[in-house]
Design a protein around this ligand. Structure first.
Ligand SMILES: Nc1ncnc2c1ncn2[C@@H]1O[C@H](COP(=O)(O)OP(=O)(O)O)[C@@H](O)[C@H]1O
Ligand SMILES: [Mg+2]
Length: 301
């Protein structure tokens, strides 16, 4: 990418970008959990029960509104159940797959969320109740993904959000989605390619004004099979493409704790490669990202 094609990150404006926000007024309110609606939107019977147990009516209302917008048609089944969110694989009316991440309102770690949100000028003045925090968290993941996508980094394209529900591009070729870097055993050559892709990602994200703040082999997916190959256009060695996910905790580079989180990301990544068989010290990883940042800034590939 030539430097002039890079969309500059303009701190201060990102909070005004309301893409994905659906106006709540002027729409008929959803009147509670109806069996019919659950059956219409959630294909798997067991997942319907989980949904009923974990989520409130407002969440189903949001699912319904996003579906009516055409972002997806049905939630096929749950692919991940984490502390903070359930991730569903969904499909639209044309059979295209989507990932739908639904944040839990009750069980999330609110103290941790607050640590990341408190110093973020995009969320200044946010009320401290649980619902507001989870909604802000959802919105934050959407906005961070949008910033990363605009910088042409390898992340799922965010498609929309409402309340605590985020719809994004599905990464994977099969039903279960791409494996995490943690779940596979890459060859040395593959590790070299992944390291150069991650270096490129970390540098690009930093220049776009963001720090991931939870970067590790747990939040990196590897597109196996006929995924999009990397190569010239990314400035990386050829190989399988890796995609970074889980951006809710991502923060602006001018957040007061950004440096600590950035250094932790560098350390996690270096540790992963060392464990996986490509010894990489913290200093080496740090320097690789720094040099890549300089190259990108100069517009070199
Ligand atoms: N866009 C996506 N495409 C395919 N799978 C996804 C996508 N987003 C998340 N997943 C799956 O869901 C899991 C959890 O998602 P993540 O965003 O990391 O949430 P958590 O906060 O639970 O860690 C991932 O490890 C991955 O397996
Ligand atoms: Mg994760």
């Amino acid at each position: 990418m030539k430097p002039e094609e890079r969309k500059p990150f303009s701190p201060g404006n990102e909070g005004d970008d309301e893409e994905g926000l659906v106006k709540q007024e002027n729409e008929a309110p959803f009147d509670g959990f109806s069996e019919e609606l659950l059956a219409r939107r959630i294909e798997d019977q067991r997942d319907r029960r989980t949904f009923q147990k974990v989520f409130d009516a407002q969440t189903l209302d949001a699912v319904q509104a996003l579906a009516q917008k055409g972002l997806f048609d049905v939630l096929e089944h749950i692919i991940s159940t984490g502390k903070e969110a359930h991730v569903f694989v969904a499909r639209d009316t044309n059979g295209n797959k989507r990932a739908v991440k639904i944040f839990k309102k009750e069980t999330s770690d609110f103290r941790r969320m607050n640590d990341y949100i408190a110093g973020d000028i995009r969320f200044k003045g946010l009320p401290h109740d649980r619902r507001s925090l989870v909604l802000a968290w959802t919105r934050k993941e959407y906005k961070n993904l949008l910033i990363a996508s605009k910088a042409r980094l390898a992340v799922p394209l965010p498609l929309g959000f409402r309340e605590n529900v985020l719809v994004m591009e599905f990464i994977g070729t099969g039903q279960e989605g791409s494996p995490r870097l943690k779940d596979i055993k890459p060859s040395k050559k593959e590790l070299e390619s992944y390291r150069s892709q991650i270096t490129n990602f970390m540098a690009g994200l930093y220049l776009a004004g963001l720090v991931h703040a939870d970067l590790s082999e747990y939040n990196i997916l590897v597109e196996l099979g006929p995924g999009r190959p990397v190569g010239k256009s990314t400035g990386c060695a050829k190989g399988k493409r890796i995609v970074m996910i889980d951006f809710a905790q991502g923060l602006l580079t001018r957040h007061p704790n950004a440096r600590d989180f950035y250094e932790r990301d560098v350390r996690n990544v270096a540790n992963y490669f060392t464990k996986a068989g490509l010894p990489t010290s913290y200093e080496e990883m740090y320097t690789m990202v720094k040099e890549r940042k300089e190259e990108l800034t100069k517009g070199k590939r």
